[in-house]
Design a protein around this ligand. Structure first.
Ligand code: AMP
Ligand code: MG
Length: 487
């Protein structure tokens, strides 16, 4: 088993694409780096031994202070619609793809440094990421994976005392993140707006060959690719909505062509259920409010489809986009039924769910705590642990009667239902205040909370002894935490 990053087998397929897709870019070193976090689960995906964390050369590589012989560092070009407006040139402003490694099972993982210095696409940015947001990305990508939601992964965080200025002076950090690919909707848009249709075809062929090989056998491979991206995005939105995840910046440059959760910034999980929740303090109009996410995903898919239109048939494309909504609804319905413990679909389920969501909102009930406790619901009883979550307790009673009646329609064994519900409703999510506590300790050079949270959130559906405080309602001070695009 490789013990260091230098022993991995580098394949670098994205680097083989012609120069118009990327720019060669060496990372900029950081002074006196130190290890903040290392994730053995992500290391295992590479076939990398956990001891790589302590290897001095690997640490330099994870910081961007050293580039290995097999690496071909580059920044990718892309564009995107940001808050509804087309921005012609974005690209990796602070991300550098070191290379792509192939593990012993033949799986490929791209290794990317986030915050490793300026690139040709940095515009006014400094190419850096601060420790605070690096910890948030590292923890949330692993938390999403633990929840079973498609996402990029994170291998490590390296820190440095090098100052980085946001609203205040902070310090720099670099996350080494991993994904089969970081190609975004915006990676295609840039060539559509530049009228370079051959580049669109080249990139689409690359994506099909490496990530959607089954599309090659379809009658119309590019149409099949669009269908796949629509289906995966619909499924991802169902995952986000079901778990109460709010991305915060659903610009098309942050939308993965592989349907992964990508680019963690001002994200947040719902505390008290509020469909209009806006987690990003820079999002003044609420464009990316929680309940808007599926609509925005569809809007973004229109941008993606438009970029592919030179390869597509217009009528088939319109039909394909029309399939998003039913795909999303089917997937979301399925996840909600799992959360509610229903084995089959009932004809009044939607009504029951709409009623519940209305009451959760009115009652300012914590979304995650409610559903976790719902697993313990006993028909005909008071169910005080649930009832007490509502400001007006009676509003629960009335819904509970409907819910009990619905459960009675199924012959499912109550214990089996409870077990299934505990697998569908996480106990632990990365609430802002949990991340914030880990950040505050890390600023004081204590990194133990990051690792504690990572292992906790890797198994969010399990009861973990002694960890109940991590499943508690957010404290008062959590309301003062403000997350914005500045990271
Ligand atoms: P985001 O919405 O955070 O994914 O970022 C939008 C664009 O801004 C991307 O192209 C980023 O690479 C770029 N960007 C964000 N922060 C910085 C920074 N500190 N330095 C350079 N580019 C940045
Ligand atoms: Mg981005």
């Amino acid at each position: 088993m490789p013990r260091t990053l230098q022993q991995l087998d580098y394949t670098n397929r994205f680097a083989r694409l012609p120069g118009r897709f990327h720019s060669a870019q060496q990372p900029t070193p950081l002074p006196s780096p130190y290890l903040v976090a290392f994730n053995p689960d992500a290391a295992a995906l590479l076939g990398l031994a956990p001891e790589a964390a302590d290897d001095p050369v690997s640490q330099q590589v994870m910081t961007g202070n050293q580039v290995l012989p097999g690496h071909e560092p580059l920044s990718a070009l892309y564009a995107g619609h940001q808050f509804g407006v087309y921005v012609p040139q974005l690209g990796d402003g602070r991300a550098i793809l070191l290379g792509e490694a192939r593990n012993e099972r033949g799986e490929h993982w791209e290794l990317q440094l986030k915050g490793a210095g300026e690139t040709p696409y940095s515009r006014m940015g400094d190419g850096r990421a601060v420790l605070r947001s690096s910890i948030r990305e590292y923890l949330c990508s692993e938390a999403m994976h633990g929840l079973g939601i498609p996402t990029t992964r994170a291998l490590s965080i390296m820190g440095s005392d090098y100052p980085v200025y946001r609203e205040t002076a902070e310090t720099a950090a670099v996350v080494l993140r991993m994904s089969p690919s970081f190609i975004r909707f915006g990676s295609f848009e840039v060539f559509f707006y530049r009228n370079q249709h051959d580049a669109i075809r080249e990139l689409a062929d690359f994506v099909i060959d490496h990530y959607y090989p089954a599309c090659r056998d379809a009658a119309r491979p590019y149409q099949a690719l669009l269908d796949q991206v629509i289906a995966r995005t619909a499924s991802l939105m169902a995952d986000w909505q079901a778990v109460g995840f709010c991305h915060g910046v659903m610009n098309t440059d942050n939308m993965s062509v592989l349907g992964l959760t990508l680019d963690y910034g001002p994200f947040g999980f719902l505390d008290a259920f509020d469909p209009g929740h806006v987690c990003n303090h820079s999002d003044h109009s609420g464009r990316y409010a929680f309940d808007q996410q599926p609509n925005i995903a569809l809007w973004n898919l229109h941008c993606f489809a438009q970029a592919l239109i030179p390869l597509l048939d217009m009528d088939a494309t319109i039909e394909a986009l029309k399939r998003f909504q039913p795909l999303f609804e089917a997937a979301y319905g399925q996840r909600l039924r799992a959360k509610l413990g229903f084995a089959a679909q009932g004809d009044k389920d939607e009504e029951l769910i709409v009623k519940l969501f209305g009451r959760l909102y009115q009652g300012q009930v914590d979304y995650t705590v409610f559903f976790r406790r719902l697993a313990g619901f006993i028909p005909g009883e008071l169910n005080a642990p649930l009832r007490d979550l509502f400001i007006e307790r009676e509003t629960f009673d009335d819904w509970a009667a409907d819910y009990a009646a619905r459960l009675a329609q199924e012959s499912r064994d109550p214990r089996e239902r409870q077990a299934a519900m505990l697998r569908a409703n996480p106990k632990y999510i990365l609430r802002n205040h949990l991340a914030e506590t880990a950040i505050r300790q890390a600023i004081e050079r204590d990194y133990s909370e990051i690792e504690r949270l990572r292992t906790l959130l890797a198994a969010p559906f399990d009861e973990q002894p002694g960890m109940d405080r991590y499943a508690a309602l957010p404290p008062e001070w959590a309301q003062q935490i403000s997350v914005s695009c500045s990271s």
